[in-house]
Design a protein around this ligand. Structure first.
Ligand code: F6P
Length: 548
């Protein structure tokens, strides 16, 4: 059974939201706060070690009520059930979407095509645990009998971004193994990493759901050649492991069957870090921490499944995002983690959000008449304050932002942490309140400026404010809280996809470029320019012409 196929713009709530937007668009957050002393308490959700304060959004209780009605009219409740129960909601690829099964409690059953997939999931988890324990403890050794010191994850997209992000986010919990990532087909990426590695003590994991991805196979072959300069073909079995759904392709690469970690077509690449794609995470932080990551995500799954929409974090965040995207016309959303450990979160979410919801055909196959996927970007605070915050504060674009901060620092330095968090709180307050002409003038007069100078400077120093933010204040950056945070964004993506009436779990849009690159590669290898537009021909011939 498929997801409902409701055009959101034809619902009653959409019509009411449009009217409501017209009435609310000029209201300033400052006014909304001053008129309602209970506002902060009303627009907050406490869950586990999370506090979500969404009161600094351009909303009233009526907005949230109408947005929730939109979710109801678009069949979100039924959709959530189908998602978790394994219906083939990825219709264009005829697949279920079950990354949630990868973190379900053990001992449960989930039947897909007559088989209990939980048995396979648990078997692979056991395999990951045994393998990672043996490598971490130095029981599994390289071809010269030395323990492994380095691990290289070879993969791209979902087979790279999740492991990169989580490995860095949980570096505090990392053991002695150095984890590296090779993704780009740019040879400089792989050679740069290899030049610091010793083949005797390095373990390579080739991660590719399809095992056909050009970048990953090219990098894997280059690495294998490099390895064979010192080792022999039979040593490949000791130093290479693979994660894929395409197990036949793996054996032709020479990887031993015992080092093959299966995954399944019901796990989308960008949602796969919970599967054996997360083997590098597991090696870096140990299986117990990896399990906690899964457990945290499981908690968020339950919250999402069981909580009424008005207190449901992914639903509320998804609806707010639709409010700005479809009614205010905001095109982008910023994600600003106040934790250097989360520096890769925006890049990770870019794939999650933009590959999922960057679609223009609705679930009926018609072109949508409204905006879909938001553009995601961001960087950690406070660095980003010194980079792009100027535009968020005083530029012409409306950029809703998520601020993510932690109550406790991992290394315990409260001097640094108070400074970090003072900025965290100050920025959302400044974005909301701005600075009025009266405030600017008073400040300039206090500094002793003459009236003429005050008038001249005033326009440049006024901050409009009214910039919406969500604040996620989390106890500390533990594996469990990170798992919950990632799952929260995964479900936000789902909520938005359901309401926008699009298919969030395919990614046909990445194919055209791949096809063309194949043709051009053959042409470059034959030193020809092929049959292309004049710009492409001009560029290809410049690339191939010998340097003057
Ligand atoms: O970019 C397209 C894509 O298919 C992603 O969805 C995926 O995560 C990535 O390529 C890598 O694919 P694979 O794991 O099959 O190598």
């Amino acid at each position: 059974m498929s997801l409902p196929k409701t055009d959101p713009t034809r619902t009653e709530s959409w019509k009411l939201l449009k009217e409501h937007y017209a009435a609310l668009k000029s209201e300033h957050l400052r006014t909304l706060f001053s008129e309602d002393p209970g506002r902060a308490a009303q627009f907050r959700i406490e869950w586990g070690e999370f506090l979500i304060d969404y009161s600094k959004n351009r909303i009233t209780p009526k907005t949230m009520d109408l947005l929730q009605r939109l979710a109801v009219e678009c069949g979100l409740e039924e959709a959530i059930k189908k998602y978790f129960e394994g219906d083939r909601i990825n219709e264009t690829e005829d697949r279920a979407v079950l990354h949630t099964a990868l973190r379900a409690a053990s001992g449960n059953s989930l039947y897909l095509d007559g088989g209990d997939i939980m048995l396979e999931v648990e078997a692979v988890q056991k395999q990951m645990e045994t393998f990672s324990n043996a490598v971490i403890r130095g029981e599994r050794k390289g071809y010269t009998g030395k323990a492994f010191t380095d691990v290289v994850n070879i993969g791209i997209g979902g087979s790279d971004l999740g492991p990169v992000m989580v490995t860095d986010a949980l570096k505090y919990y990392q053991n002695h193994l150095n984890i590296h990532f090779v993704s780009n087909v740019d040879g400089d990426h792989v050679y740069e990493i290899l030049r610091h590695l010793n083949p005797e003590t390095t373990l390579f994991i080739v991660v590719s759901k399809s095992f056909t991805t050009q970048e990953t196979l090219t990098n894997a072959l280059t690495i294998k050649k490099w390895f064979l300069k010192k080792a022999t073909e039979k040593d490949v079995a000791l130093h290479f492991a693979a994660v894929s759904t395409n197990t036949e392709q793996i054996s032709s690469f020479g990887i031993s069957e015992t080092n093959v970690f299966p995954m399944w077509d019901w796990v989308g690449g960008r949602f796969s870090l919970w599967s054996a794609v997360g083997l590098s995470i597991c090696l870096g932080i140990g299986y117990a921490n990896f399990s906690e990551l899964l457990e945290g995500a499981r908690g968020m799954d339950r919250h999402f499944q069981q909580t009424p929409f008005e207190r449901n974090i992914p639903v509320v965040l998804g609806l707010l995002s639709i409010w700005y995207n479809n009614f205010f016309g905001a095109e982008t959303e910023a994600v600003i983690p106040y934790s250097q450990y989360l520096q890769h979160l925006p890049a990770y979410l870019q794939q999650g959000v933009m590959e999922s919801n960057g679609k223009r055909a609705d679930r009926n196959g018609n072109a949508v008449t409204y905006q879909t996927g938001t553009i995601i970007w961001g960087a950690p605070g406070t660095n980003s304050q010194h980079a792009f915050f100027q535009l968020i504060h005083q530029g012409t674009k409306l950029i809703p932002a998520d601020f993510i901060g932690f109550k406790k620092p991992l290394h315990g330095d409260m001097d640094h942490h108070h400074k970090l968090m003072a900025n965290f709180f100050a920025q959302t307050e400044a974005l909301m309140n701005g600075k009025t002409p009266e405030e600017v003038a008073a400040e300039l007069r206090d500094q002793g400026l003459e009236e003429e100078a005050v008038a001249n400077l005033l326009p440049f120093k006024v901050f409009e404010g009214n910039k919406p933010t969500n604040t996620l204040l989390i106890e500390s950056l533990t594996p469990a809280n990170l798992g919950a945070l990632i799952a929260m964004y995964e479900h936000k993506i789902f909520v938005q996809g359901v309401i926008w009436n699009i298919f969030s779990y395919d990614q046909w849009g990445v194919e055209l470029g791949k096809q063309l690159a194949k043709t051009i590669l053959v042409e470059l290898q034959r030193s020809s320019t092929g049959n292309h537009d004049s710009s492409t021909v001009q560029l290809m011939s410049a690339y191939q012409s010998p340097q003057a």
